[in-house]
Design a protein around this ligand. Structure first.
Ligand code: NIG
Ligand code: FE
Length: 405
């Protein structure tokens, strides 16, 4: 065996067939890796020896975390917008005046491929250091045929420190050039961008909201993408209630994300489908939005995922475990729901069954965290905002990051 992590006093496998409860918890466990695979999960006392061992004493083990909603590919800064919003301007009024997302579009269009890839690589390194091994990244700051194809290519073709899951978000905002002819932009998304990106982007996403795309436009774009084999996802019910979450659920989309303005009809439609609710507490915090109805969603049986929504405007937050904390504090999740939300249910929102849990058939992605001094319950990982320290990260069976260097 190449690598052994042992002992791990608390290991949440997220695999109920391996351990206790919904989190599949094992005590005094060990994990063994060989040939890029997970080959042993079991009692530390019975673990075979390996060429290299990482000591997990005092730590909590989780599957490599999955961030299922980010906008990590961009250039430029929104420092000025942050000040304007602190002074009382709204996110939507800044966007409608040509700022917000559109200011990031201007900066991203001007950046060459090397600059963009360099920025993305640095951001993904910081995700990895916080235990995240899979990151969904959306395009959406190009907003022209050539630029959106360029962004999706960078995502799909790079050799990144984490697994990147590319999503096409050409329908993020109406670009300035199409302000007076939005129909022509939607047609370009449907007839030019989507056909060029099938096989490159795994999913198609639409921001359906005031100041962005209408329900009819969203339906047309999702239909076109899903007909080309992309999974459907939506930015839903964030600023204004539109009914898009119910529509997305009925169309068979994998997820509806945000959901601050979701109503009972939407909750029921999601419960009647396999659509995952992706909660984004970073955006809720930065935009001072109300909480989505997370308890009602959970009680209706809708799987809850939690993501950073990392972007330079509404959620400049890269710490996924901190988002788990915020989802508990500001949305009413339990610690267990929050941990499932950044692992197994996040993978479900990506339509990806082999990650977010550990066991036979899972990828060999693993993260080990030190508890804050004096704590020994794994819930302290979620209780302390930003208080976790990553001990090591294993990706595809290889030790890719360790606090010991
Ligand atoms: O998920 N709501 C729309 N899109 C992003 C924000 C992107 C941006 O502000 O640059 C979101 O919050
Ligand atoms: Fe988003």
């Amino acid at each position: 065996m190449d690598l052994l992590v042992s002992p791990v006093p608390q290991l949440h496998t997220m695999n109920p067939s391996l351990g206790e409860g919904a989190l599949g918890t094992m005590h005094d466990a060990a994990l063994g890796f060989a040939d890029e695979k997970l080959v042993y999960v079991g009692p530390a006392a019975d673990a075979p020896s390996a060429k290299k061992t990482v000591d997990g004493s005092g730590c909590v083990g989780l599957p490599g975390l999955v961030d299922c909603h980010t906008h990590s590919l961009f250039a430029g800064s929104r420092a000025d917008e942050f000040r304007r919003r602190l002074a009382g301007e709204s996110y939507t009024s800044i966007l409608e005046a040509g700022g917000g997302i559109l200011s990031t579009v201007s900066a991203t269009r001007l950046a060459d491929d090397d600059l963009l890839a360099g920025l993305l690589g640095q951001r993904l390194d910081s995700f990895l250091r916080s235990g995240v091994t899979t990151v969904e990244v959306k395009s959406g700051y190009g907003l022209s045929v050539a630029q959106e194809i360029r962004l999706c290519r960078i995502l799909a073709e790079g050799d990144w420190p984490v697994t990147v899951w590319p999503t096409f978000l050409g329908a993020h905002a109406i670009p300035k050039e199409f302000r007076s002819n939005r129909e022509a932009y939607v047609t370009a998304v449907v007839e030019e961008m989507i056909p060029a990106l099938s096989g490159i982007a795994r999913a198609v996403d639409v921001y359906c909201d005031r100041g962005a795309f209408s329900l009819d436009e969203t339906r047309r774009i999702l239909k076109a993408g899903m007909a080309m084999g992309m999974d459907g996802r939506v930015h839903a019910e964030q600023v204004e209630h539109t009914g898009v979450a119910a529509m997305a659920a009925q169309m068979g989309c994998l997820s509806a994300d945000h959901l601050e303005q979701l109503d009972d009809v939407g909750i029921q439609a999601m419960a009647d489908s396999d659509c995952v609710a992706v909660l984004l507490p970073g955006a809720q915090l930065y935009l001072n939005d109300p909480a989505p109805p997370a308890r009602a969603l959970a009680e209706a049986g809708v799987p809850l995922a939690v993501a950073t929504d990392f972007n330079p405007g509404s959620s400049p937050v890269r710490e996924l475990l901190s988002c788990a904390t915020l989802a508990c504090l500001r949305m009413g999740l339990t610690v267990e729901e929050a941990l499932l939300g950044i692992t197994k249910n996040a993978a479900l929102a990506l339509g990806c069954r082999d990650r977010g849990w550990l066991g036979d058939g899972s990828v060999a992605d693993f993260a080990l965290f030190e508890l804050p001094p004096g704590e020994n319950e794994s819930s302290a990982l979620v209780q302390y905002l930003g208080g976790h320290k990553t001990r090591c990260v294993v990706r595809n069976g290889r030790l890719v990051w360790s606090s010991e260097g």
